[in-house]
Design a protein around this ligand. Structure first.
Ligand SMILES: [Zn+2]
Length: 307
């Protein structure tokens, strides 16, 4: 049986929110089978629980934000991406402020933290969502057209195209493809950092965004080039980060996907729309579990998650 997974023991870390700039501590704790991923705002009395579900996403400007009444947990996508990448089904996340810490701007620190806590298999079958019919969402038209789709595929793969009018980004690949039957999440995706433009920092900060952003947690560019002295971590780090984001946003569907995701210039808003559209189209997907690992797609049984 392909089993659900949580972590062995609780583990904590501290950091600052990318947008709020606020200090925050998170504690990751094991959770029982079928719990899913649940954030707990423990700085509020009594604490408020926010399940990591697409239907609770209340904001998508520059980040994916979970919201219940007036209580928010912001910028969940990189942590969700690490959780998905390591195949974790059940986890409690205690958080002391409204934004997940940005750490180094990638999912790498969260992967390290989760692996340090140790992964624990559970006695209940893992539940996948298998996409049966293609679902597509889009926004804008002409040069501004953005789209994202999920299509039937017996595995888990993602293809992403970006189109930024910027020389430093155009100097790198604007298309990337990963297929977890052979690619390692940890090696090929997890370390890709978020990115931003120095020219936009002032306007973003005036709007309450990017207040914790710096060269320590983002790739920052001026009009022409990357300002980080160490350069890029991957040749195609920009498009790889968009894939990292998509993996986190899609995990808000609540289960690992058996599907291929293909997107052009998508972002958190469109990814959330895709997740909601899929869940609402009940004839387009089915729940599946696997009695033996041999029946499951290689993407979920190979060692890619840990390599
Ligand atoms: Zn991101």
């Amino acid at each position: 049986m392909l089993r659900q997974r949580t972590i062995k023991s609780a583990i904590s870390t501290k950091g600052v929110g990318l947008h709020s700039g606020r200090r925050v501590e998170i504690t990751l704790r094991p959770a029982a089978p079928d719990t899913g991923i649940v954030f707990h705002r423990v700085d509020i009395q009594p604490p408020v629980d926010l399940p990591a579900q697409a239907s609770l996403v209340g904001g998508t400007r520059m980040a994916s934000v979970l919201q219940k009444d007036n209580v928010r947990v912001s910028t969940v996508e990189h942590l969700m991406s690490a959780i998905a990448g390591l195949g974790i089904d059940n986890l409690h996340i205690d958080i002391t402020a409204e934004e997940v810490p940005i750490m180094d701007g990638s999912a790498g620190t969260f992967v390290y933290l989760l692996r340090s806590a140790g992964l624990q298999e559970q006695a209940v079958a893992k539940k996948f969502i298998r996409v049966l019919k293609t679902i597509e969402v889009s926004e804008g038209e002409g040069d501004d057209l953005k789209w994202a789709r999920l299509e039937p595929y017996e595995g888990f793969a993602l293809q992403f195209s970006i189109d930024f009018q910027h020389p430093a980004i155009n100097a790198t690949a604007n298309f990337a493809e990963v297929d977890f039957a052979q690619d390692s999440y940890v090696k090929t995706i997890a370390r890709a950092r978020t990115f931003g433009f120095a020219s936009e920092v002032e306007a973003l900060r005036a709007a309450g965004l990017a207040r914790g952003g710096s060269l320590d947690n983002a790739i920052v560019m001026d009009e022409y080039r990357v300002l980080n002295s160490d350069g890029l971590r991957y040749e195609d780090e920009f498009v790889k980060h968009k894939i990292l984001d998509a993996i986190g946003d899609l995990y808000l569907i609540g289960h690992p996907l058996i599907a291929r995701y293909v997107a052009c210039k998508s972002g958190h808003g469109l990814n959330n729309q895709l997740a909601r559209t899929l869940l609402a189209a009940q004839d387009s997907w089915e729940f599946v579990s696997f009695e033996s690992a041999a029946e499951a797609p290689h993407a979920y049984t190979s060692e890619w998650k840990f390599a």
